[in-house]
Design a protein around this ligand. Structure first.
Ligand SMILES: [Cu+2]
Length: 167
């Protein structure tokens, strides 16, 4: 299914770049060649893109949050959504939400979220990927603990999250 979608979007891109070239002026031999090259580039990019691992994931390390910010080095999201920071402890259950930040579909580098309350050194946080789904408004964070609105994503039935300890 993923392959089909990327093949389709590559085809769409080629069509667009083709018509853009054709629309600008009549197509000579060099234009046709340019178009071929553009198509090749698009194909190559499409393939490279498909090869990258786009499995949702959270990369984050133990960190000081004394500046009121929680950060994640990289988050991969399957769709636009949210990084949600829960309190947690050694039971590894997601607790109250203490921060959130928007995510784009695909790769997000250096994601930062402002803490809404103080987190002390030694306390644990769970950084979790949530969707932008089921709520009333797009672009507004509507999740509260246990709610369906903007709830966590669960590819293969598993939450996508990383637990860190505040330094
Ligand atoms: Cu969550």
């Amino acid at each position: 299914m993923k392959t089909l979608i990327s093949t389709l979007s590559v085809a769409a891109l080629i069509t667009i770049s083709g018509s853009a070239l054709a629309g600008s002026h009549s197509m000579g031999e060099s234009d046709a060649h340019k178009m071929e090259m553009a198509a090749e580039l698009v194909m190559k990019e499409g393939t490279d893109h498909a090869m990258h691992d786009m499995t949702p994931s959270v990369m984050a390390e133990d960190q000081s949050v004394a500046n009121g910010i929680v950060s994640a080095k990289q988050i991969v999201a399957g769709e636009n959504g949210w990084l949600v920071v829960h309190r947690t402890d050694s039971t590894m259950k997601p607790g109250p939400v203490v921060a959130y930040a928007p995510l784009r579909m695909g790769k997000n580098n250096d994601v930062v979220a402002i803490l809404t309350e103080t987190v002390k050194p030694g306390e644990m946080l769970m950084l979790m990927v949530h969707a932008e789904k089921g709520g009333m408004k797009t672009g507004r964070f509507e999740y509260t603990l246990g709610a369906k609105e903007d709830g966590p994503i669960k590819p293969n039935g598993k939450l996508v999250m990383k637990v860190i300890t505040a330094k």
